[in-house]
Design a protein around this ligand. Sequence first.
Ligand code: SF4
Length: 310
Amino acid sequence: MKTNRIEHPRLVAIETTNRCNAKCEFCPNNRMSRDRLVMDDELFEKIIDDCRSFPLGAIEPFLNGEPFVDPRIMDRLLLIRQRLPKTRLRLYTNGYGLTPKRIDGLLGLGVDHLYVSLNTLDPEAYRRIMGLDLERTLSNLAYLTEPQRKPRVARKVTFRMTRTDETTLKEQEDFIEYCRRLGVRSFIVGLFNYKGAIPSHLPVPPYPCEHITRIDVLSSGIVTLCCMDHEGEYAWGDARKDSILDIYNGPVALRYRTLHRQGRRHEADPCGHCNVFWPSLERVSPLRKAQFAVQIASYFLRFWPTGKRA
Ligand code: SF4
């Protein structure tokens, strides 16, 4: 491997568990056939130590599962903070297991950004979409957002709504108003198709996908293509055997990055039928950068993948 070609991922996501307490209709977790696991401590520590060998921008202990179903999540957050003090720590949850006790455990821990997938404020729709009781989640979120507590839990707090074909404009407006009242950021995003596994009307974009510049480790240690590859069918390597940096610079990962950066995303199976629209312009030539910038602007203007929509 030539030293001048070595790259490092901007983000590492670790699936500390692929178990989940929700049954979101738009999430492939329900259909996942691989074993339900909690990652063992040895593997988790190895991955964290691997990440110390390069400047890592952000880490997310989350992939296809709910972090607060992992009984060791609090210890793991602490370990990340101790061993990777300069890396941004981002935490995702559906909020149902984010009980007052766990919220208190997060106080002063150094989470940079906490995302809560809320999706709707309609109790019936919430039960239908997520299979959970809205009242309990809202009670957790009320505790979280008390003004004396929220800034000590995380530097930024965002509540997310995934917009499906059934999501009404009123649900979106209620959601934005609720977030405003609680003093948190709101973020509404269109539905991804999980490389074809989930129906979504958003088309496949032609420009490079941002997921080619991150590492996603499944609870088994398999480094999967991305969070859309929920079964780990397009693996880049195995974190039990090789270092994160070697896997990121291995031939499979390099091939994906090269195809995307050359504007040949459609040739990279399964990316040719995956509609993830977040772009990456990392390490592309100035000419291609200009070409991709036009494609990105055109995609966002035509299909409006984020924000409120009728
Ligand atoms: S295009 Fe889709 S399948 Fe390919 S890397 Fe991006 S998110 Fe993953």
